[in-house]
Ligand binder design. Structure first.
Ligand code: R1P
Length: 312
């Protein structure tokens, strides 16, 4: 016999972490998402224009918000729950560079057991709240041999590996109120913002640490094998992670202006003769070391985007 205790079965074998929440095949309807939005609107007296998703170890970006209101995911109706270290699990509303902003302190990953459409639910919530510009950050392994730990890669494009196998956040019935059945994805990352980001990086002394490249997302949670990394390199990927791609697809589907960058937290191990291994603690540590500069970078770039009026 097995009984549930704190999400684990007492026989110690099978894990049942809130399966009713994580595995439910029921997709969110527009009306259900509106319930979440109505709840948030009652708590927050302004409509955010900017959304920021914090990558692993980058949650402190939320500290840049002025007059902030923090709402744990556990209190938000229909919201998934964070289960990964370095992803606190709350929405923080406030002002950044004078702009009404909402920050996701903690994102959802496929390897947590969430289907991709559930991982991306908060993006549709942000859209319905009024967000027009989405900044997506992530921690990633550097596959391009020129990249060093601590560098930043502006994402110019992605390779949707999970999509190759038919796994896509837009799979299932399409609700035209969010966007079209067949959205284009060739201009998924706003080029003008990338240009501006390079300029800002130079202005704040990050000039020699930034690159522009292609991100790819695998399902995780294991880091990649040497052979897999060799294949990804051949495909043209510069950085590897376990997030972002499905978020970018969902955001473009509902016509958001998207900017994404990867913090290179480790160099991918592409040879067999080494004792080096990637690990999540290291990933989080690099994020923490870079937090000061990244806060400055994100607030300055946002200020200039809205000063110049950049959008899709
Ligand atoms: O993409 P974010 O959430 O920054 O996290 C990255 O870091 C974790 C691995 O250390 C994975 O979740 C990977 O996707």
């Amino acid at each position: 016999m097995t009984t549930k205790t704190n999400g684990y079965q007492s026989n110690g074998t099978a894990k049942v972490t809130r399966s009713e929440e994580i595995d439910s095949g029921e997709r969110y309807t527009y009306e259900l998402l509106v319930e979440t939005v109505e709840y948030l609107k009652k708590k927050v007296p302004f409509a955010p224009q900017v959304g920021i998703i914090c990558g692993s170890g980058l949650g402190s970006l939320a500290e840049t918000l002025v007059n902030s209101i923090e709402i744990p995911y556990t209190e938000i109706p229909h919201f998934p729950r964070s289960t990964v270290k370095g992803h606190a699990g709350s929405l923080v509303f406030g002002y950044l560079s004078g702009l009404p902003t909402v920050v996701m302190k903690g994102r959802f990953h496929y390897y947590e057991g969430y289907p991709l459409w559930k991982c991306c639910m908060p993006i549709r919530i942000m859209k319905l709240l009024g967000v027009s510009h989405l900044f997506i950050t992530n921690a990633a392994g550097g596959l391009n041999p020129k990249y060093r730990v601590g560098d930043i890669m502006f994402v110019k494009d992605h390779i949707n590996i999970m999509g190759f196998a038919g796994n896509n956040p837009l799979q299932g019935p399409n609700d035209e109120r969010f966007g079209p059945r067949f959205p284009p994805m060739n201009q998924a990352y706003n080029r003008d913002i990338i240009k501006l980001a390079k300029k800002v990086a130079h202005e704040i002394g990050l000039g020699d640490k930034v690159h522009e490249g292609v991100y790819t997302c695998l399902g995780g949670p294991n880091f990649e094998t040497v052979a897999e990394l060799g294949m990804l390199k051949m495909l043209g990927a510069d950085a590897v992670g376990m997030s972002t791609v499905h978020e970018v697809i969902t955001a473009n589907h509902c016509d958001m202006t998207v900017f994404a960058f990867s913090l290179i937290t480790n160099e991918c191990v592409v040879q067999y003769e080494t004792t080096q291994e990637p690990n999540h603690e290291e990933v989080i540590d690099v994020g923490k070391k870079r937090e000061g500069l990244l806060k400055k970078f994100v607030s300055e770039i946002l200020r200039q985007i809205f000063e110049k009026g950049i959008h899709n």
